[in-house]
Design a protein around this ligand. Structure first.
Ligand SMILES: Cc1cc2nc3c(=O)[nH]c(=O)nc-3n(C[C@H](O)[C@H](O)[C@H](O)COP(=O)(O)OP(=O)(O)OC[C@H]3O[C@@H](n4cnc5c(N)ncnc54)[C@H](O)[C@@H]3O)c2cc1C
Length: 808
């Protein structure tokens, strides 16, 4: 074994081998994979070998498509058979709600280049003969589903990597990982030590244990999972003989089942409701190529549905039941990327669908390590979407929920209950008593809307029970004044003698003067967005930044990796050490004036001003800015004072009819202002010109801000895309996000977000289209639940196009 390597990959499952292959293919060949046993000694060897392109997140779906397209290449390069059978498949819907969901999947597939088609139950039965069509209302055909040999694929990756110059050492167990003072890592094994610049934790079932070697508690947990294999079935033999083809894949969402042919019989797997965690706290090191005890009672309810939906199974004998463990992150997507605070330590774990996702994970991680950027929008699987709040018990609750709902519908207005409430603010109970319906962001409870007694969300793809109530919340803001809780923003404090110079380099905007704020895009070297913030110069060398709450860890990882080493800049993520309230609407100033002695008149405290002031008895930091697009104030307050500030504002607002509003009303308000948001409109694949944030970029500023050369080039060349707001002729359902945008009969773009703008009474969609067509007055259509609706570009905001209200 070599004593030095540029990279050590820990784990020889499908994911580690894919990472090794991709690093070598990308030109890093001084890389070694360490496997404590034979390759495939974790979950990989007993996988059912199914592969699919579809995923709830379109960017993950793209990487799944890449994974499937890769198998031919690694087979050719390695000479190792992968056993890939691209049979195609059907996704079955037994209810109308499920069919609506599938229509959304088809719409996404259109711009992702995934060939999907809605078909009738009868057509599905013609493709997959075991189906009882009477049990279903519709289906989707996917040509890119299939199955493979898990061991063959893993060895093909490893052999291909070796051919390119990488090494893989078997029977080499990593026992400890120690960071040296010079920043290199000592990877200590039972066979000696390797010193390396980069460590990749691809430990699969042992990812937690490998993480613990460096003090990291990763939010992953293994679940038991069962599939059965039948004896040979005459129906299968008949079909094979008649058509000369295999029986294709099927996913029966309502039965929570997946099926495919296995030799002369069938394989049927299920994500059972009565699921079971495996090795809750610690994975035993002596676990290897053994299986777990099958428990047919646990999967019996799913099998009953399976026997009804696929009657031929009723007569089939069961040859074998496989029960094996594999890992999940709380939301079921992988954990990939560099770990904040541990330079050179990377993770590629929590991969629950290694044969659909392993290639994409390897590609993204190798790009990230070599180029400094994953090369794709991989937010949905970035390890930084979790922070310390994702504790072991939280992970346990969420993974169990996720497993049991793997094939369940999640409606756009449906909030999942497990692991909640976790983080709450001091006004939580007060707002609950007012009917707050809670959502969650980065572990924190966030008010979505306020329901009268007896009214709750009815889960639906269409407008639902909240519609009229959200309309009232919007009206309170536009006609008088509303109050909302905004603690879910990320808040950062930046101080130190080097703070201004550092911010000038990190952010693309012009730095504001003391007492002023600005919108602040943050760019990567390639000129694409990595953040969008509000930056406030609080004075006396203190800076305050507010940004997307879900991206706190993501942004701290970025900030900390770029801090000067001399300690001249300090940045702190304030989390819930600072909570927030916002008031907005034409009467907002009058409310504020009643509770503070500060002069908040327009000349003294104009739009984008920031100042410390007391609100009632509570010391606060107040900024005159509002995401509602109205006259408004964001109020930052330490948690011990939040209730006092809240009560003072509510009392002062009584005479103006102050109303509470939640994030759904906020969405309706910002839509009619064409305001975008991070993780939706603003993502690391769009440039500021494309995203409409170029007006906040100080192209001419002296500081050589990150991404400057690239955005100057973008400005010259014009970029490729444009973000546009559309008014959609929708009737009872609005866009959710990720729908296809059509122009002149062809799919040309995608929706990033949208909804109903209650004040303007318009259905709004925001999305990206190629710049060449972005200003065409007509010809657009937006697909909602499988139907195309006429849409037109809305260049100026529907509400207050001249921004008079915000500045009033
Ligand atoms: C019953 C079942 C059916 C499944 N069906 C499918 C399917 O149809 N399609 C699909 O895509 N996925 C399926 N999966 C999931 C799939 O198996 C996983 O996504 C995949 O195997 C994860 O691979 P991995 O490389 O991350 O982890 P693992 O396979 O667990 O590999 C981790 C490797 O790291 C090694 N290791 C760990 N710690 C150390 C250390 N300290 N030193 C050295 N080596 C170490 C281990 O020995 C192991 O070989 C199924 C899983 C199960 C259990």
């Amino acid at each position: 074994m070599k004593s030095h390597a540029k990279v050590v990959v820990i784990g020889g499952g499908v994911v580690g081998c894919s990472v090794l292959f991709h690093l070598a293919r990308h030109g890093w060949t001084d890389v070694v994979l360490l496997e404590r046993d034979e390759l495939t000694s974790g979950s990989t060897w007993h996988a059912a070998g199914g592969m699919h392109t579809i995923n709830g997140d379109p960017n993950v779906a793209k990487l799944q498509k890449y994974t499937i397209s890769l198998y031919k290449e690694i087979e050719e390069l390695s000479g190792q058979a992968t056993g890939v059978h691209l049979t195609g498949g059907v996704l079955l819907a037994a209810t109308e709600a499920r069919l609506d969901w599938l229509r959304g999947v088809v719409s996404k597939g259109r711009y992702l280049g995934i060939d999907l088609e809605v078909i009738s139950p009868r057509e599905a039965a013609e493709l997959m003969p075991l189906i009882d069509p009477k049990q279903f209302v519709g289906a989707v055909r996917n040509k890119e589903d299939g199955h493979l040999d898990p061991s063959g694929v893993t060895h093909a990756y490893a052999k291909a990597a070796r051919k390119l110059g990488a090494e893989a050492e078997r029977f080499t167990k990593v026992e400890d990982i120690v960071r040296r003072p010079d920043g290199l890592w000592r990877v200590i094994t039972n066979k000696g030590e390797v010193v390396t610049e980069h460590v990749v934790n691809a430990g699969g079932l042992w990812a937690r244990e490998v993480g613990r070697m460096v003090g990291l508690e990763l939010p992953v947990l293994a679940m038991e999972h069962m599939y059965l294999i039948t004896e040979d079935m005459p129906e299968v033999a008949d079909w094979n003989k008649k058509t000369g083809t295999e029986i294709i894949h099927a996913v029966d969402f309502d039965g929570e089942l997946y099926l495919r042919q296995e030799r002369g019989g069938m394989l049927m797997g299920t994500y059972e409701k009565a699921n079971k965690v495996w090795s809750e706290f610690q994975t035993p090191w002596n676990f290897g190529h053994e299986l777990l005890e099958p428990d047919i009672d646990r999967i019996a309810p799913s099998l009953e549905v399976g026997f009804r939906h696929f009657p031929a199974f009723q007569k089939a004998g069961i040859k074998q039941i496989i029960n094996g463990p594999f890992t999940f992150a709380p939301d079921g997507n992988p954990l990939v990327g560099p770990v904040r605070g541990l330079p050179g330590f990377w993770v590629a774990c929590g991969v629950m669908a290694g044969f659909s996702q392993g290639g994409g994970v390897g590609l993204a991680l190798s790009n990230w390590m070599i180029e400094g950027d994953p090369g794709a929008d991989i937010w949905a699987m970035d390890v930084a979407r979790y922070g310390d709040w994702a504790t072991m018990a939280y992970t346990n609750a969420k993974v169990r929920e996720n497993y049991s709902r793997r094939f369940s519908i999640r409606f756009p207005n449906e909030e999942l209950p497990a692991g909640r409430p976790l983080k709450t603010t001091p006004v939580y109970d007060t707002l609950s008593a007012k009917g707050a319906q809670w959502g969650v962001a980065y572990g924190l409870e966030v008010p979505l809307w306020y329901a009268p007694e007896g009214v709750r969300d009815e889960f639906s793809w269409r407008r639902s029970t909240d519609f009229d109530h959200v309309a009232k919340e919007v009206a309170a803001v536009r006609n008088g004044v509303g109050l909302s809780e905004i603690s879910s923003f990320a808040k950062y404090k930046v101080t130190g003698e080097g703070a201004a110079a550092w911010l000038d380099r990190m952010l693309a905007c012009k730095l504001p003067k003391p007492g002023r704020m600005t919108l602040a895009p943050m760019l990567k070297e390639d000129g694409k967005l990595i953040g969008d913030f509000t930056l406030a110069n609080v004075g006396e060398g203190e800076w305050f930044i507010a940004g997307s709450g879900v991206a706190e860890q993501y942004h701290m990882r970025w900030f900390e990796a770029r801090l000067p080493e001399d300690g001249s800049v300090r940045i702190e993520a304030l989390g819930q050490k600072l909570t927030g309230l916002a008031i907005a609407g034409p009467k907002a100033r009058e409310v504020l004036a009643k509770v503070t002695r500060a002069d908040v008149s327009n000349p003294a405290f104009p739009f984008m001003a920031v100042a410390r002031m007391d609100i009632g008895m509570a010391p606060c930091l107040v900024g005159r800015v509002s995401y509602t697009g109205d006259l408004g104030y964001e109020i930052w307050v330490a948690p011990e004072y939040q209730r006092a500030a809240y009560q003072a504002l509510i009392k002062a607002g009584e005479e103006f009819g102050i109303g509470l509003f939640g994030s759904r009303a906020l969405n309706a308000l910002r839509l009619e202002k064409n305001f975008g948001s991070w993780a939706r409109e603003y993502r690391p694949i769009y440039g500021p010109l494309e995203a409409g944030l170029d007006r906040f970029v100080a192209y001419g500023k002296e500081a050589d801000f990150i991404g400057k050369q690239a955005v100057l080039a973008e400005r010259k060349q014009g970029g490729k895309l444009r973000l546009r707001a559309f008014i959609v002729e929708a009737t009872d359902a609005d866009v959710i996000g990720d729908e296809a945008i059509w122009h002149d009969g062809a799919v040309r773009g995608w929706v990033t977000s949208g909804g109903y703008a209650h004040h303007s009474k318009k259905s709004v969609a925001i999305g990206y289209v190629p710049k060449e067509i972005a200003d065409r007055p007509d010809g657009f259509e937006i697909e909602i639940l499988g139907k195309r609706h006429p849409a037109r570009v809305q260049p100026a905001p529907l509400f207050d196009a001249n921004f008079e209200r915000m500045r009033a």
